[in-house]
Design a protein around this ligand. Structure first.
Ligand code: ACM
Length: 272
């Protein structure tokens, strides 16, 4: 199978509490994208600024429902679509991404590290970090979501499990992530693709004050050295794309003596 894999990230500005409108926007953006991997932002069906789990309950979808919606595009374009959504599973809610395959099967990652008021709204993810094979390309994919980037263990786990590319569906609100994502790529010799949203959301809080979150756009695809291959602007709908070569991500040595995985000394690392 081909070691070259085309990747696209889709940046847009979901509107909080407007599922129908967000679905329409997602459809219009992904309808004709035939890149091998298409990545959408975190919580792209609902917007971000939930205040409590009651609000999530009204907008969450089961993975099946979300797969039904996205499934036809994966089939039509013969690709893997990764997208963030508020997931309902019985009486629990998760901040999740779905990875949908062209045969309509799917796999779900549930966010491990919950950020800010997500802690009031979602259950902590119980899937852990895992890697799966692209069905048509010789490419292994690992997913993380937004704040997971702050924990190098997330990317390290995915890389040790064999990821060639780490996808990060995001609603990023601080400016520091670019440094972090580049480092995650470099220290693991993997590609990293960040699909971020832009725009802002304001919510009136029970105490009468206004909460405004501004999202930082600049979706990016980084190579195995952390070099930026493509990057979107801070604002605006944008699709960026790059080709990745998994022969490169699988070769962890950078000269005849040094190999960043073989040279690890786990005996001396913390085992919490
Ligand atoms: C974040 O995890 N949405 C910052």
């Amino acid at each position: 199978m081909n070691h070259i894999c085309s990747v696209a990230t889709v940046q847009f500005a979901p509107v909080f509490d407007e599922i129908a409108q967000n679905f329409q926007q997602i459809e219009s953006l992904i309808r004709d994208l035939d890149d091998d991997i298409v990545i959408l932002p975190e919580l792209c069906t609902t917007g971000y600024s939930f205040l409590n789990s009651k609000e999530v309950e009204g907008l969450a979808l089961t993975a099946n429902e979300f797969a039904d919606f996205l499934g036809d595009y994966s089939v039509k374009n013969n690709n893997v679509i990764i997208a963030g959504f508020a997931e309902k599973d019985e009486d629990r809610f998760y901040n999740s991404t779905i990875a949908l395959m062209p045969d309509k099967s799917y796999i779900v990652y549930r966010k491990t590290h919950l950020f800010y008021k997500e802690k009031y709204c979602f259950s902590y993810g119980d899937t852990g970090f895992f890697v799966f094979n692209h069905p048509n390309r010789n490419c292994r994919i690992g997913m993380m979501i937004c704040y997971d980037w702050r924990f190098p263990e997330s990317a390290r786990t995915l890389a040790l499990k064999g990821a060639d590319i780490i996808t990060c569906s995001a609603n990023l609100v601080t400016p520091y992530w670019e440094t972090g994502m580049k480092s995650r790529a470099l220290e693991n010799n993997v590609y990293v693709a960040v699909s971020n949203r832009y725009g802002s959301e304001s919510r009136l809080l029970p105490d009468g004050t206004m909460q405004t979150l501004t999202f930082t756009g600049k979706s990016a695809i980084y190579d195995n050295h952390g070099i930026t291959l493509q990057q979107a602007a801070i604002n605006g709908d944008s699709i960026i794309r790059a080709a990745i070569d998994t022969n490169i991500s699988r070769n962890k040595s950078f000269d005849e003596l040094d190999d960043i995985f073989n040279d690890r000394r786990p005996t001396f690392y913390m085992n919490e």
